[in-house]
Design a protein around this ligand. Structure first.
Ligand SMILES: NC(=O)c1ccc[n+]([C@@H]2O[C@H](COP(=O)([O-])OP(=O)(O)OC[C@H]3O[C@@H](n4cnc5c(N)ncnc54)[C@H](OP(=O)(O)O)[C@@H]3O)[C@@H](O)[C@H]2O)c1
Length: 268
């Protein structure tokens, strides 16, 4: 299937690792031009270097940064068609999962909302006028199954992402007639640095469950997350759903939430 993404300009946040890296690689393979945003570059992202890829180093928790990133994309590639608000998860200094509501103070709630909700709000605010100038565009917000199925282990994160999912539907209504589509992709547990890095989710759960980190990733975490496939999700599986939503092939899909959660959310 030709996704008709050749020559289109995309901004992907959190592009140096995990889901964002898979999205960036796939967009480039489809002939898109990509502005990849993260604080630091990685060898994996550097391997994709070429005329169609621009890495912009930015800390998206800085309120000025999202608009600066969008402006840089327009300046470099001449416009904007696709925005993937993928950066999210635990902000610097916070490890997730957590143990419950009393585990976090105001500052931590605010940091989680800044990173998971407000950075996307600011990027969208800057992106929509640029998309409308070109007759429309596609915004994909990466949410989580926990936005619809709350869990006490990540209560602030789930609340922030529920805000993102709600915002997505509101925007789809307001800007649909101007050609801007807005959708969410909501993953279950995905095998990324969030899980694998030292001190990451696998280590935290290993401590809680009294198990080794490999067993957590191989079987315990998928079981805890109700993933009926019995394994963590591959980043590419999430990226593939994002690419379909980025593509004009999904021109009548807006305000939708695509679950890539291996059966975690059971509600309609
Ligand atoms: N992994 C999961 O199990 C899972 C499940 C459900 C939903 N999700 C969602 O999927 C999205 C991607 O998660 P992931 O697991 O693929 O992430 P990841 O592998 O941990 O990668 C995070 C990316 O975000 C960047 N980043 C982190 N802090 C940043 C900041 N302040 N400013 C700019 N960039 C920043 C990182 O680069 P730098 O550190 O260099 O900045 C990196 O490129 C998130 O929205 C997350 O909530 C993930």
């Amino acid at each position: 299937m030709d996704l008709q993404l050749s020559g289109r300009v995309a901004v992907v946040t959190g592009a140096s690792k995990g889901i964002g890296l898979a999205v960036t690689r796939s967009l480039l393979e489809e002939g898109a031009r990509v502005v990849a945003v993260s604080r630091k570059n990685t060898p994996e992202l550097e391997q994709l270097a070429g005329p169609d890829l621009l890495h912009v180093s930015a800390d998206l928790t800085d309120p000025e940064a999202p608009a600066q990133v969008i402006a840089r994309a327009v300046e470099h590639f001449g416009g904007l068609d696709i925005l993937v608000n993928n950066a999210g998860g635990p902000p610097p200094g916070i490890t997730m999962p957590r143990t419950g509501f009393f585990d976090s103070n105001d500052g931590q709630w605010q940091a989680i909302f800044e990173f998971n909700l407000f950075s996307a709000v600011r990027a969208i605010r800057a992106a929509i006028p640029k998309m409308i100038e070109r007759g429309g565009g596609s915004i994909i917000n990466v949410s989580t199954g926990m936005a619809r199925q709350p869990a006490s282990v990540n209560v602030e994160y789930g609340a922030a992402k529920a805000g993102l999912s709600n915002l997505t539907k509101a925007l789809s209504e307001e800007f649909g007639s101007q050609g801007v589509r807005v959708n969410t992709v909501s993953p279950g547990a995905v095998l990324t640095a969030w899980w694998t890095e030292e001190g990451g989710a696998a280590d935290v759960l290993a401590g809680m469950a009294g198990a080794d980190r490999q067993s957590i990733m191989d079987s315990i975490a998928p079981q805890m997350m109700g993933q009926v496939t019995g394994r963590l999700i591959a980043p590419q599986e999430v990226a593939d759903a994002i690419l379909l939503l980025a593509s004009p092939r999904s021109a009548s899909t807006t305000g939708a939430d695509f679950a890539v959660d291996a059966g975690f959310v059971k509600t309609f």
